[in-house]
Ligand binder design. Structure first.
Ligand code: ZN
Length: 103
């Protein structure tokens, strides 16, 4: 899953150190239906780019079971504050949440 997410960010680079993003830069915080909440961090200088919402419809998914396992992978890496931030953001989303998805 992260390998696929990587392609969404591969044309981007860190605004601080110009380092490119790879799959290690992307942390999956939460999976909503049709929506992934990811956190993007520069692996070189550590700059955080905050939470990004990714519509799953943009990503080719072949095996939902594998996806579910990978999303649950590594919860220890998520700090309490990060989870709260993402949770607050999601709570503020309402029926027009899809406006955050790429068109
Ligand atoms: Zn950087």
């Amino acid at each position: 899953m992260k390998k696929k997410l990587k392609y969404l960010f591969e044309n981007l680079c860190c605004s601080q150190c110009k380092n490119g993003f790879d799959e290690d830069s992307i942390e999956i915080k939460r999976e909503e239906s049709g929506l992934l909440v990811t956190h993007l961090t520069c692996q070189k200088c550590g700059k955080s780019f905050g939470v990004a919402f990714v519509g799953l419809s943009n990503i080719e998914l072949k095996d939902n079971k594998n996806l579910a396992l990978e999303v649950q992978d590594g919860p220890d890496a998520i700090s309490y504050d990060d989870v709260i931030d993402a949770h607050r953001f999601i709570q503020n989303l309402d029926s027009d949440w899809h406006k955050y998805l790429p068109k």
